[in-house]
Design a protein around this ligand. Structure first.
Ligand code: 4AD
Ligand code: MG
Length: 460
């Protein structure tokens, strides 16, 4: 007999004949001549109530079933008198696939997120985490759908690379050399003897490769893991995170901002539709303002302000910040959140940042002091998207690389794209986990990643 998922049973209109369900026991309680089992198979938030009666041949064993045990149940779908569920299963047979000992850590009580992080291998069996990871799955597909529907081509950019896209030097090194026995030349590691014959790292962004493909296929995107060795133990930074990076040929900064806004609205609106039941849980138990925030994103036009004005607003704000604000400094999370959460009270796009605080590839504006950069800031998170129009003029790009001390020979292929058929082009990167935090109201990035990678932690 074929297994039926609980999520599909919820949609059954009339009582079906016999069904087979398989899953894990959340709770069990006994009453005279019956034992009631709450079974969950991970396909949705709801459990299926299984009624077992004392006529079952293994009823004695059933009465010993513990939380966390795995079962296969066949039985008839009958209308449930209980609230909040349409169907329950009257069991004809219960097979105990495996019995969990009493040491199972997820006994029925509420656990803290901190505790659940120490059992990341088991936390997807809780309501909250199974919901997060179903939403994570759904959101991935929506991202692909958004781009596919608009004719963007999906490019697999390399994970191992020789270049530092963001120029921030926050890279994990990749080597096949024996750490105890590193060949040296003039006192330094001789990387010509390493696997790739030169310096290699895990990528911090797929952008430079994506640009090459935008200048061939038009509109492209990459969506994959990226890595940053920034040793900042914050709630919105992970060492391994996923980034969505569209890149568009023949597109300026305004077109870039338009796409970013349309994209965020699309994802928010569609995830609310696709994951209704799971999102309800976050509204009830995590953030009472969740649906207001999400409707705010879908319904409001994003405010767009130049960096200079943002600094102006922040210096005049009647608020004590931990970090000072002044023209030429990076905005900190507290500043970004103030702008989106308190001042404008909806998503805001800040653009035209001072060129000194932005990477080499961004297009220099006519004022020669700012770059055509844009960051999308949202309530509760701050920066969720970072993007720019790219410098398409070879001479400007070369000057900028010299100023930043980048070796031109190393980026010869990138410069080639500005020699041959260079055109205005733009793109951005959306932090996938930050989007999940926005959608669920979860405040720590560690709690939206299956097995988070953060400083000092490599378990699981
Ligand atoms: O602003 P960032 O550094 O931009 C880039 O990497 C560009 N090359 C993207 C592009 O134009 N194609 O990063 C983009 C986004 C940020 O806005 C943030 O949401 C997320 O990636 N992000 C992180 N998310 C989690 N942990 C980290 N350590 C992150 N660093 C950046
Ligand atoms: Mg950024």
């Amino acid at each position: 007999m074929k297994q039926t998922k609980i999520v599909d049973i919820l949609n059954v209109e009339k009582p079906a004949d016999t069904v087979l369900v398989k899953g894990w026991v959340r709770t069990r309680r006994d009453s005279k001549g019956f034992s009631f089992v709450e079974l969950n198979d991970g396909s949705c938030l709801k459990n299926m109530q299984i009624i077992t009666d004392s006529n079952l041949t293994n009823y004695d064993d059933i009465c010993r079933i513990t939380t966390g045990s795995a079962l296969a149940v066949t039985g008839k779908l009958v209308e449930s008198p209980g609230k909040g569920q349409k169907w329950e299963i009257h069991a004809d047979s219960v097979t105990i696939i495996s019995m969990a000992p009493e040491t199972y850590p997820l006994q029925k009580k509420r656990h803290t997120d901190e505790f659940l992080r120490t059992i990341s291998h088991l936390r997807p069996r809780t309501n909250k985490y199974s919901a997060i990871f179903r939403i994570r799955s759904e959101l991935s597909f929506l991202i692909h759908k958004f781009f596919r529907d608009r004719g963007f081509k999906y490019i697999h950019t390399p994970i191992i690379t020789g270049s530092d896209c963001e120029g921030a030097g926050e890279m994990f090194r990749v080597t096949a050399l024996e750490l105890e026995n590193i060949p040296k030349k003039d006192g330094k590691p001789d990387l010509t003897k390493d696997f790739f014959g030169g310096e290699s790292n895990l990528t911090v962004s797929g952008q430079l490769s994506a640009e090459m493909f935008a200048l061939a296929l038009g509109d492209v995107y990459t969506f994959g893991p990226t890595f940053r060795a920034e040793n900042s133990n914050t709630r919105r930074h992970a060492a391994e995170f996923w980034m969505v990076e569209p890149e568009m040929a023949f597109c300026d900064l305004e077109g870039d901002m338009d796409l970013a806004e349309t994209f965020l609205k699309y994802l928010t609106e569609n995830i609310m539709e696709a994951c209704k039941e799971d999102l309800e849980l976050f509204y009830k138990f995590v953030d009472k303002t969740l649906f207001d925030t999400l409707s705010g994103i879908v319904e409001s036009g994003f405010e767009r302000i130049p960096y200079k004005k943002a600094v102006d607003i922040l210096t005049k704000a009647n608020k004590k910040f931990e970090y000072d604000v002044s023209f030429g400094n990076n905005l900190q999370a507290e500043h970004e959140r103030y702008l989106a959460e308190e001042y404008i009270k909806k998503p805001v796009i800040v653009y035209d940042y001072p060129k000194e605080i932005k990477p080499f590839y961004m297009r220099i504006n006519d004022d020669n002091t700012t770059a055509a950069a844009m960051d999308v800031l949202v309530p509760r998170i701050g920066e969720i998207i970072g993007g720019s129009q790219r410098e398409e003029r070879l001479d400007f790009l070369e000057t900028r690389m010299e100023e930043d001390g980048l070796k031109k020979e190393h980026y010869w292929w990138y410069l080639d794209s500005r020699k041959y058929g260079s055109v205005p082009h733009s793109g951005f990167g959306l932090g996938f986990e930050r989007m999940l935090m926005l959608i669920t109201g979860v405040v720590n990035i560690r709690d939206v990643i299956p097995f988070p990678r953060t400083p000092g932690s490599i378990e699981f």
